[in-house]
Design a protein around this ligand. Structure first.
Ligand code: 475
Length: 830
């Protein structure tokens, strides 16, 4: 069950030479795109290159599917409402070992590969960490040759495109498929039907058994689109199967024939709405009907797809279902799959409840990604009753039986029952999807050591007492193929030379760099790469914002969704403090620094949008103030997304990971930045704790309140005004927000930030941590000025990130949760 064994010879070995590659590209220019090499623009070259690659990809897919079928393998099914894939061409070329071949081939055709790669729209079918984690995981699963399918939604519009107008965020629709997607394959033959609404009829079958029949009010079709997922080495090619909703035409014909052409069309539109757009909320639940329908839609399609495949080999023998199938629920978004499987087993397959529940609870495992109360999904029982009446009944039955179990453990304890019940009473009856997920799963995991401890202690302590084996930890990881090899080719080549080329599948090998961390020549080479990457980012910054930055400055980067708990405003207040210090003392001693942000705010999250606006207004002032010069620059790069992250991360010196302790479940950007040689300034939160363990206290800047101190501070009655009145700099900076200094003619335009910190009680303890943060930044500044010491830190950071490969995370899932084996797919002998 050790995946590294099967990886040992999985370095890229597809044998296609440059001329064959060129010929394939030209053939596709001619025969697929109907153009030729004289007329083709970058977009056509991109499409032709993808099409040429897709030949290899589809051959690998066919072989993989055949191998899995022949071996009747146990497989993991990763259910996720989000997959943030980014671009695929460069990744697929890398994983097939054909990047250099393609680069050289295209060059001979007069085309720069960089221009071709830039043509690809990001597949942005996710919001942030949770969606990107799913993408890293399916990369690792394919690389480790584990039979796996990703299941999700084929959103027509992914996460909105962010524009900045006069400093403010504007949302524009993302139309990633407008000119077609060369990777996806529609599989109409595997279409599924999904029922919604209607009512449940109770019948009495023979032997007096109660039978439930759901008479749905409407039926929609789910059409699958398959995206091949190429493992490193190009052997296993798994699929990501995304469902698109379509009208079934099922109920429309009567209306249509009766002359209701327009009404029939309206139902079409409603059906197609389901997969129309990704909800742009990160870590909040809006409780919208359409969102629940989206969740049920993709879960029902996916379960039926799994069962269809299972039945091909096992007919109606359900006894082996749980041996063959494990389903990982990526947060509670797919939790409705639990009652859906029960419905299929009990109502359709006619299994008795206990048998069905026995199967179901061996199939599902659940990952929790957040403790924030506003992110914990709860659906009004009334909404479920309307949309999924039979599922609500099943949830009540699950709960009823579970309450009996609770009563056995804690006899007569009604408080305990109220706490553990899937149904929250009191106000409007709500269905707690987290509770349903814990009860319906055989394993539940958090995503970093600290987070998993808090899941046990604070979120689900009673469940942990009831089922001590159920709650566990799997620390997140990132794929080093995308997040080092592909995005940072110069550093990758330097590493190859130093320690060999197999680190992308055995990231612990990077530790071999540590012994060179103090070597002057290696330091110089490493920092030259960083410098070159900074130069490229500086050009990007100039092109997209018009701001000129010096590459001698420290590139200090905070990239993540905008959220109060992530505390971009702490970063901003510190920038304003630096600005003040410079104005008060033109000789203020600091190394020049560029603070760079990338962040999208949920469209309805007003304060988050205010913070973006404030960053841009402060940037405007600081960047154009001649008294500041090069010392301080502030950059907000619009439309942060995977492909932009790939440019920012290799060029970063400092990684900002400054969430309130206890709030960031793990973080994964922290891992990507450290892997690429950025030094972290961060709180003891999420995976920062484990990063600090790996790199050692000397190679990271930890500051601020710990989880326990946060709890104590709040318990003692935290009053942010104490900090405001006792720290003159804090006061000055907050008062500054109220003037029109940064927003000429518009006094008070930035006041909501001050209000949130003073009048709304500063729930994320920004002011409590400000001084410690500012002091830590002074340490960063000092450290950077000692060039050799800094280079050593940077190298140690890269060297010690081995733990954070998503291959290790997947191996942990295999060992602690999934219990399955890799299934090697052999290549054709060429
Ligand atoms: C955590 N998204 C990170 C990352 O584990 C962690 C929630 C509701 C609706 C839509 N999206 C969400 C999240 O909860 C999310 O992205 N959570 C993040 O998951 C992967 O590294 O700390 O905040």
């Amino acid at each position: 069950m050790n995946a590294t064994a099967s990886q040992a010879n999985s370095l890229p070995d597809v044998k296609i030479d440059k001329n064959e590659f060129k010929a394939a590209v030209i053939r596709h220019l001619h025969c697929t795109l109907g153009t030729d090499e004289n007329k083709a623009n970058s977009h056509a070259w991109w499409k032709a290159t993808c099409a040429a690659m897709q030949e290899n990809v589809l051959e690998g897919l066919r072989r993989t599917q055949k191998t899995h079928y022949m071996n009747d393998t146990r497989a993991v099914h990763y259910f996720s409402a989000e997959f943030l894939m980014g671009r695929l061409l460069s990744n697929n070329l890398q994983n097939f070992g054909l990047y250099e071949v393609a680069e050289a081939g295209l060059k001979e055709l007069g085309v720069e590969i960089a221009d071709v790669l830039e043509e690809e729209p990001d597949m942005a079918l996710g919001n942030g960490g949770l969606g990107r984690l799913a993408a890293c995981f399916i990369d690792s699963l394919a690389t480790m040759e584990i039979p796996a399918i990703g299941y999700g939604i084929h959103y027509e519009h992914g996460l909105f495109r962010q524009e900045i107008r006069s400093g403010a965020q504007i949302e524009r629709p993302d139309s990633w498929r407008d000119y077609g997607n060369p990777w996806e394959i529609c599989r109409p033959e595997s279409t599924q039907e999904v029922s919604l609404f209607g009512y449940v009829e109770t019948k009495y079958g023979e032997n007096g058994r109660i039978q439930k029949e759901w008479h749905p009010g409407s039926i929609v079709k789910g059409v699958p689109w398959d995206i091949p997922v190429v493992g490193y080495g190009g052997k296993t090619v798994n699929v990501l199967r995304l469902w698109q909703s379509e009208s079934s035409g099922y109920f429309n014909w009567d209306v249509f024939n009766a002359g209701g052409y327009v009404d029939a069309q309206r139902e079409n539109v409603q059906a197609e709405t389901i997969s129309k757009v990704l909800y742009p909320n990160d870590e909040t639940e809006a409780g919208k009907e359409l969102r629940l329908i989206q969740q049920y839609f993709f879960c029902s399609c996916s379960l039926k797809d799994i069962i269809r495949r299972y039945k091909r080999a096992h007919k109606d023998d359900w006894s082996r279902f749980a041996e063959q199938v494990v389903i990982q629920l990526n947060d509670t978004h797919p939790a409705i799959a639990i009652p859906e499987l029960m419905r299929i087993l009990v109502d359709r397959a006619q299994l008795d409840w206990d048998t069905a529940w026995g199967i179901s609870t061996k199939v599902f495992a659940y990952t929790n990604h957040t403790l924030l109360p506003e992110a914990l999904e709860k659906w009004p029982a009334r909404m479920l009753e309307k949309i999924l009446p039979r599922h609500l009944e099943i949830i009540y039955e699950i709960n009823h039986r579970f309450m009996d179990e609770v009563d056995k453990k804690w006899p007569g304890d009604n408080l305990m029952k109220a706490k553990l019940s899937i149904i929250e009473e009191g106000g409007e009856k709500m269905v707690r999807m987290g509770h349903l997920s814990v009860i319906g799963s055989f394993r539940v995991n958090g995503v970093a050591e600290l987070h998993s401890r808090l899941v046990k202690q604070n979120l689900f302590p009673e469940f942990d007492e009831l089922w001590p084996e159920k709650l566990t930890n799997v620390t997140n990881g990132i794929t080093p193929r995308r997040w080092l090899k592909a995005c940072n080719p110069a550093l990758s080549k330097l590493i190859d030379k130093k320690i060999g080329e197999d680190w992308p599948i055995n990231l612990k090998k990077l530790e071999g760099l540590a012994k060179h961390a103090t070597n002057k020549t290696f330091q110089k080479q490493f920092m030259q790469v960083k410098q070159a990457n900074k130069k490229m980012l500086a050009e990007e910054i100039l092109a997209s914002t018009g701001i000129e930055v010096s590459t001698d400055a420290i590139f200090d980067v905070q990239i993540k969704r905008l959220h109060e708990y992530k505390r971009q405003h702490l970063n901003l207040l510190h920038i304003m403090a630096l600005y003040r210090r410079i104005l008060e003392n033109p000789d203020y001693d600091m190394h020049p620094r560029v603070f760079i942000f990338g962040a999208k705010a949920a469209p309805a999250y007003t304060l988050a949008k205010d913070i973006i606006y404030a960053i841009n207004m402060v940037a405007n002032k600081v960047n154009n103030d001649p008294r500041v010069g090069d010392k301080l620059k502030v950059v907000f790069l619009p439309n942060y997304r995977v492909s932009l992250a790939e440019k920012m991360i290799p060029a970063s010196d400092v990684s900002e990971q400054i969430s309130t302790a206890g709030k960031e479940a793990s973080g994964t950007g922290n891992m990507k930045l450290a892997l690429n040689g950025a030094v972290t300034i961060g709180t003891l939160d999420g995976a920062n704790v484990e990063i600090a363990e790996e790199v050692g206290d000397d190679n990271i800047f930890i500051f601020g309140l710990t989880v326990d101190e946060v709890t104590e501070t709040l318990k003692a009655g935290y009053n942010p005004k104490d900090y405001y009145y006792q720290d003159a700099e804090i006061k000055a900076v907050l008062d500054w927000l109220e003037t029109d200094y940064f927003t000429p003619g518009k006094p008070g335009a930035l006041v909501s930030i001050k209000q949130s910190l003073l009048d709304m009680g500063d729930p994320y303890l920004v002011l409590a941590d400000f001084r410690a943060y500012s002091d830590a930044q002074i340490e960063v500044d000092k450290a950077y000025r000692d060039k050799e010491r800094w280079a050593e830190m940077v190298i140690i950071n890269t060297a010690m990130m081995g733990k954070f490969t998503s291959d290790r995370s997947i191996q942990d899932y295999v060992d602690r949760v999934w219990n399955l084996d890799p299934c090697p797919v052999s290549r054709p002998q060429s």
